[in-house]
Write a protein that binds this ligand. Structure first.
Ligand code: HEM
Ligand code: FES
Length: 352
């Protein structure tokens, strides 16, 4: 079997992320155990640690599940997505400590193996109050393990992206199992209001964010389909065109230079009037598209050279839908001014 993948180096941003993550984990555990010991002086250290690690694993998993929809709603959250796998592995490790501590605490002293005891000590599947909730936690832990074990890029490249994605969608099963684990376990044995609120807010937050992101995606798909029906063609994401530069596209026999500048997008013919130089390989200087060959200039919105020059190139209608640039390949007569499309960044700036 040939193995082809390129390891992604550890960079400064990842180190800062990991440092913050480890500090957050330690701070949470210290606070949980410290405050717990003050509020419940009779609670043993083992109980506080089991509860601290369990609730932290649930918190981390809830955050992980919120990151995906948050990024679809606002690209400002993307830095969280790039490092989400570290969060996933940390969640598994924290949940593992909770699970192992629980098994040792509740199943290690019998005459059967602790793992066997986990499944046979309580078989009251017909009772809500006494349901064997620990088994649910065990299955969730297995899913978290499979996800953590296959989280490295090595597996992404060798399993193929669709297979990898299918495995990682199991996270929703893990979350459902854990919600049931807590409702049928800790919330049956004692009325912990904080835990109940924490769980309720988490489930409501995860569900609401997924519904909002789904609605936004459907809206975007509708706009894209409508634009395609009107004849627009997709160029790329706005972020893929560096500021004051262009992306060149070919559509219906036209070569079009799509420029991104000052929160706006405009498109003109790629062919310079002087000697057919490639305008899209130039950049915007002093507000004008500047040909890379001999410096002829054109306004990006009208394709007209600044006075006293009179050269003009054709312009093309553009659109920006959810950060994606679209252009209509039908040329407007040279020098026709078309309103530039605004990028999301420009719209946010205008509202502020
Ligand atoms: C082998 C797997 C697991 C076992 C044996 C297990 C066992 C337990 C037990 C015995 C409790 C009750 C503790 C008490 O009330 O003092 C508990 C509570 C809890 N477990 Fe698990 N668990 C497992 C996996 C998980 C996983 C994978 C998660 C989350 C990712 C999780 C999250 C929780 C939470 C949030 C609580 C409530 C903590 C609290 O009372 O503050 N458990 N678990
Ligand atoms: S070809 Fe564009 S300036 Fe000469």
């Amino acid at each position: 079997m040939s193995v082809q993948y390129q390891a992604i180096g550890w960079n400064r941003q990842k180190r800062i992320y990991d440092l913050l993550l480890v500090s957050g984990v330690l701070l949470y555990l210290a606070l949980f155990v410290g405050v717990g010991a003050l509020l419940y002086p009779t609670a043993t250290a083992e109980t506080l640690l089991i509860r601290g690690f369990g609730s932290l694993a649930l918190l981390l998993l809830t955050v992980i599940l919120c990151i995906g929809p948050l990024c679809r709603l606002d690209t400002g959250f993307l830095p969280l997505l790039y490092n989400r796998r570290h969060l996933g592995v940390t969640t598994f490790l924290v949940a593992l400590v909770h699970g192992v501590f629980s098994i040792v605490q509740f199943h290690a002293l019998g005459d059967v193996s602790p793992l066997v005891s986990l499944f046979i000590s309580n078989t009251r599947f017909d009772s809500l109050a006494n349901f064997p909730f620990q088994a649910l936690g065990f299955f969730a832990l297995i899913i978290l393990f499979v996800m953590a074990a296959t989280s490295h890029d090595f597996w992404l490249h060798n399993l193929s992206a669709p297979a990898w994605k299918r495995i990682h969608m199991l996270v929703y099963w893990a979350y459902a199992l854990i919600v049931a684990h807590v409702i049928l376990g800790a919330l049956q044995s004692d009325t912990n209001v904080v835990l109940a609120v924490f769980l309720g807010v988490g489930v409501a937050g995860v569900s609401t964010l997924h519904l909002l992101a789904g609605a936004k995606e459907r809206r975007t798909d509708r706009l894209k389909a409508q634009s395609a029906a009107e004849g627009f063609v997709q160029v790329c994401r706005v972020s893929e065109i560096p500021e004051k530069h262009a992306r060149i596209v070919s559509a219906q026999g036209e070569r079009i230079a799509v420029f991104h500048y000052d929160g706006k997008v405009s498109a003109v013919s790629n062919v310079c009037r002087h000697q057919n130089g490639p305008l899209g390989e130039g950049r915007i200087v002093d507000g004008c598209i500047t040909c890379p060959w001999h410096g002829y200039q054109y306004a990006p919105d009208s394709g007209a050279s600044p006075p006293p020059f009179t050269d003009k190139v054709a312009t093309f209608q553009t659109k920006v839908v959810d950060g994606i640039v679209l252009v209509h390949p039908c040329p407007h007569p040279p020098g026709t001014r078309l309103e530039p499309s605004r990028t999301a960044a420009a719209l946010v700036g205008a509202k502020a």
